[in-house]
Design a binder for this molecule. Structure first.
Ligand SMILES: NC(=O)c1ccc[n+]([C@@H]2O[C@H](COP(=O)([O-])OP(=O)(O)OC[C@H]3O[C@@H](n4cnc5c(N)ncnc54)[C@H](OP(=O)(O)O)[C@@H]3O)[C@@H](O)[C@H]2O)c1
Length: 323
């Protein structure tokens, strides 16, 4: 059973599909929980993301109905002949990769390569884990892979109250132990962002947040998960060797802003890998990072979840339950 949709404007539809067999390096997972991300809705709208997805699908597949979604958590029910990292019955969390010709995660069963998931300790519930992959990996890549945040360094997070921003604030402060973490969000979410670990919260509605941030920089990492902030203005707030990471740039015009020497702005594409998921899960299991869940809905209510997600005003993750 899976939620299909492809043509813009058409509602998501529940369809019955044959249960796939995993190939040699693949794992089949009985899905329990699925995190909803803005990209799931963007794949259904016109625009560059859907165009790219259509192109990939032409060459790589998958054939048949298009299943949206990336995040999932569940239990391994079959493994390919060459898989040694997980066994049948293991609790896992991971993400599908459309570019590999895989179906998405809005389903009761997914098949992915073993290097796209990691084991889940018993103490981390499926709904919490299911909401982690895309948002968590994005924050992790920005703060760890692109510019390693560490004690003595400073981070600025634009969009601090959103799915990515909340995790970025917590990872920056509680995992990387940054000296100063500044979050930008609306005034109504300031208390939440402070609670998540921000040393300072700036209200973007009160005054230009980049002007406000100037007094607290320069920053080693600027994570923009809000979009709409000019890259050149962000770069002006960077410390020597610092990086500006554009999470929410998905138009060619926005992406062109990374092509400015000395190339201190970077775009990002969250790719789920075991190496990125494992430290995130460890941080959640250790209580350093908390995933706030706004609402749990049954998979059949995915359309309602997309309507809520597209408001861009959620202060916690939406989770679909497949079982
Ligand atoms: N490239 C990638 O791989 C990747 C991965 C994940 C997400 N994304 C993209 O990144 C964006 C954010 O994703 P998300 O899951 O965090 O979305 P989200 O949960 O909807 O959060 C968006 C947040 O932006 C805040 N916001 C709106 N206008 C703002 C402004 N002018 N300044 C600062 N904050 C502002 C909102 O907070 P308030 O309510 O407080 O205003 C909201 O909480 C989306 O466009 C998504 O598609 C890209």
């Amino acid at each position: 059973m899976a939620m299909k949709s492809w043509e813009s404007g058409l509602p998501l539809e529940l369809v019955e599909l044959a249960t796939p067999e995993p190939r040699a390096r693949e794992v089949r997972v009985a899905v329990h929980a699925i995190g909803v991300n803005p990209v799931d809705g963007k794949m259904r709208q016109g625009g560059p993301l859907r165009l790219a997805a259509r192109f990939v699908r032409l060459f790589r597949g998958p054939r048949g109905p298009v299943i949206v979604g990336v995040d999932f958590a569940g239990v391994v029910e079959a493994v390919g002949a060459k898989v040694t990292s997980v066994a049948v019955g293991a609790r896992v969390v991971g993400g599908t990769i459309f570019a590999r010709g895989q179906h998405g995660s809005y389903a009761d069963t997914v098949v992915v390569r073993a290097d796209q998931l990691t084991a889940l300790p018993d103490g981390v519930p499926f709904d919490v884990a299911g909401a982690l992959p895309v948002a968590g990996i994005t924050a992790w890549m920005a703060l760890h892979d692109y510019r390693r945040l560490a004690p003595g360094r400073r981070a600025l997070v634009l969009g601090a109250s959103g799915g990515v921003g909340q995790l970025a604030i917590q990872i920056a402060k509680r995992v990387c132990e940054a000296e100063l973490v500044v979050g930008v969000c609306s005034g109504k979410n300031a208390a939440l962002v402070t609670e998540l670990g921000a040393d300072l919260v700036l209200d973007y509605a009160a005054a230009d947040p980049l002007e406000q941030a100037k007094a607290h920089g320069p920053f080693d990492v600027i994570v923009d998960s809000a979009g709409g902030y000019a890259a050149a203005r962000c770069r002006a707030l960077l410390a020597r060797g610092g990086r500006h990471v554009m999470v929410a740039a998905d138009s060619p015009l926005a992406l062109a802003q990374v092509l400015v020497p000395p190339f201190r702005s970077r775009s990002i594409l969250a790719v789920p890998t075991t190496a990125r998921l494992a430290p995130l899960v460890a941080a959640v299991a250790a209580g350093k990072v908390v995933v706030r869940i706004a609402e749990r809905l049954p998979l059949r209510d995915a359309e309602a979840a997309h309507t809520k997600s597209q408001t861009g005003r959620m202060t916690g993750k939406l989770v679909l339950l497949a079982r």
